[in-house]
Design a protein around this ligand. Structure first.
Ligand code: PEP
Length: 253
């Protein structure tokens, strides 16, 4: 049985006092997690060190929403893997569609970041997903295949086993429009087959593939019940402890 990983992407929400409140509420709502379920919260950079302190002794992992592909240097505004680790991060989201769309991140750059994260001992949550236009043109499979090949290039098998892939159809992020469980399952199967082709089936069977795109307490159980859906990357619904904890509970219903 694969572990289910529910990750919360706080995006550019929650200052320090709000971080304090949300972490306290999450810890109170979920002093422990269901068996075989892990959860990661990904606050913005300024809140990471505080969240890392507050999460000590709790079942939640800490993750960042982005990182540099470089170790260190004159890269104004960037944050390295080593810096993230020092705050207590064990995960990092890479290649979120908002990074691709607003900051021009390419598969090549995301791949460089993923390799850097892995070599630093972080687990990357690598995002892929098609736009509405691509889905309507019927090219979802090709788009996902190209993205997967690009973002996973040269990642050795032992590192791949620690990586998480998040399938996030761009048209479902923050829109309230969710992929049907069948649509999600179809693409997750394509991704698992791709991983099997690039590596082997034993590895593909172990990889956690999350779905992201308007996951809420009322649709989480059905999406997460699909064979190849091994977790969720949650945006809007992770900003409140009651909705995020309801999604975590739905993972093992
Ligand atoms: C996301 O930010 O990755 C996401 C899936 O957002 P939402 O749940 O709000 O659609």
């Amino acid at each position: 049985m694969r572990t289910i990983i529910i990750a919360g992407n706080w995006k550019m929400y929650k200052d320090l006092s709000e971080t304090r409140e949300l972490v306290a509420a999450l810890k109170a709502a979920m002093p422990s997690l269901p068996e075989h379920v892990e959860s990661v919260i990904c606050p913005p950079y300024p809140s990471l060190a505080l969240a890392g302190e507050l999460l000590k002794g709790s079942p939640f992992h800490l993750g960042a929403q982005n990182m540099s592909q470089h170790d260190e240097g004159a890269y104004t505004g960037e944050v390295s893997a080593k810096m993230l680790k020092a705050t207590g991060c064990t995960f990092v989201i890479l290649g979120h569609s908002e990074r691709r769309q607003y900051y021009g991140e390419t598969n090549e750059l995301i791949n460089a970041k993923a390799r850097k994260a892995l070599s630093a001992g972080l687990r990357p949550i690598i995002c892929v997903g098609e736009t509405l236009d691509e889905r309507e043109k019927g090219v979802t499979g090709e788009v996902i295949t190209t993205q997967i090949k690009g973002v996973l290039a040269s990642i050795p098998p032992q590192d791949m086993a620690r990586s998480v892939i998040a399938y996030e159809p761009v048209w479902a992020i923050g829109t309230g429009r969710t992929a049907t469980p069948q649509q999600a399952q179809e693409v997750h199967q394509v991704i698992r087959k791709m991983v099997a082709q690039l590596y082997d089936w034993a590895l593909a069977e172990r990889i956690v593939i999350q779905y992201g795109g308007s996951v809420k307490p009322d649709n989480a159980a059905e999406i997460l019940s699909q064979n190849d859906v091994d977790g969720a990357l949650v945006g809007g619904a992770c900003l409140k402890a009651d909705s995020f904890s309801a999604i975590i509970r739905a993972a093992r219903q």
